[in-house]
Design a protein around this ligand. Structure first.
Ligand code: NDP
Length: 302
């Protein structure tokens, strides 16, 4: 006989029970991934919280999640994760592709290795996880894939070419998958947060200012500085810039997992709704003018 807690967490004697719906979440060491894991642990899922370093997941394990090491740039770790979940549950029931970060800088002057890495993590990693989980989902005739993309996947800001391109790619893969796997009982949703209070900005700032990613062309140095100041302003006054809590994103993810027919896309937060509304209403040239008046663009000096 299962106890109430065991039913709620899908764990029996510390291990997820085979009958529970297994949800795998990537990037749970902080921010949105962590909030999603915390939110789902109290629901009736067997939560598989994953991160590059399992040490970062101690409190989630203590709260009832099963933790695994997954680096979405390391295919072997992804294969091993899916294998372990399938051994216990037959299939991954829900996959929340969340891991990601923003590489910022002028398109001409970002180290190509960093560009490739951005796509490795934000796009190919998510795609690989989905492709690994799908065969068993298809055999079962059910499953959910929830890709944490961004409003950045619907328009592009100066200095954001690389990150936005990666999110456009992820959104596009999600759209194609949504059509392709629906006949097998699998739903695919895209989460489109606007601005969320996580480590995201700190990571972006660090990449913008350090080593190879910092760029070489002196012509773009003022632009990079302006971009960094822009990030710092948002970081220092999050409420003023409409930055919302990651828990709000977690609720959207739960809806995408739980609704009988989930929405294809979930914009989350005021920034997402306003920016998507403006993009829909304004012709591209007017949208560009608006962006130019609010965000840094390169200047020609001298
Ligand atoms: P955080 O920086 O707080 O979290 C990012 C997570 O991704 C961390 O757990 C990080 O792990 C993980 N990660 C990075 N690289 C890898 C990798 N190679 N393999 C596995 N995990 C990795 O930021 P958020 O929580 O905000 O970001 C989560 C998602 O939300 C991202 O996809 C982001 O693009 C998206 N998003 C965020 C927005 C925001 O304003 N915050 C807005 C729109 C979308 P580690 O600790 O090991 O680095």
């Amino acid at each position: 006989m299962r106890t109430r807690k065991e039913k709620a967490t899908g764990r029996e004697g510390g291990m997820p029970m085979p009958g529970a719906r297994a949800v795998v979440i990537t990037g749970c060491s902080s921010g949105i991934g962590r909030a999603v894991a915390e939110h789902l642990i109290s629901r009736d899922y067997a939560v598989y919280a994953t991160a590059r370093r399992v040490d970062d997941l101690g409190d989630l394990a203590a709260a009832g999640a099963y933790v695994l090491r997954v680096d979405v740039a390391d295919e072997r770790s992804m294969r091993e994760c899916v294998r372990q979940v399938e051994d216990r549950h037959g299939a991954v029931w829900g996959l929340v592709n969340n891991a990601g970060y923003a590489l910022t800088g002028p398109v001409e002057d970002i180290d190509m290795g960093e560009v490739r890495r951005q796509f490795e993590v934000n796009v190919f990693g998510q795609l690989t996880m989905a492709r690994l989980a799908l065969p068993a989902m298809r055999s079962r005739g059910e499953g959910r894939i929830v890709n944490v993309s961004s409003v950045a996947g619907r328009f592009t800001f100066p200095g954001g070419g690389c990150y936005h391109a990666s999110k456009h790619a992820l959104t596009s893969f999600s759209d194609a998958l949504r059509f392709e796997v629906k006949p097998f009982g699998i739903y695919v949703s895209t989460i489109e947060p606007g601005a969320v209070g996580t480590r995201f900005i700190d990571t972006a700032l660090e990449l913008l200012t350090r080593g190879a990613a910092a760029g070489e062309a002196p012509e773009y140095a003022p632009f990079r500085r302006d971009l960094a100041h822009c990030y710092q302003r948002v970081r220092n006054a999050p409420r003023r810039y409409g930055v919302g809590p990651p828990q709000k994103v977690a609720r959207a993810v739960e809806h995408a997992l739980r609704a009988p027919v989930p929405r294809p896309r979930y914009p989350v937060g005021a920034v997402a709704h306003v920016s998507l509304g403006l993009r829909r209403l304004l012709p591209q040239t007017l949208f560009d003018t608006l962006v130019r008046s609010y965000l840094p663009v390169p200047r020609r000096e001298g």
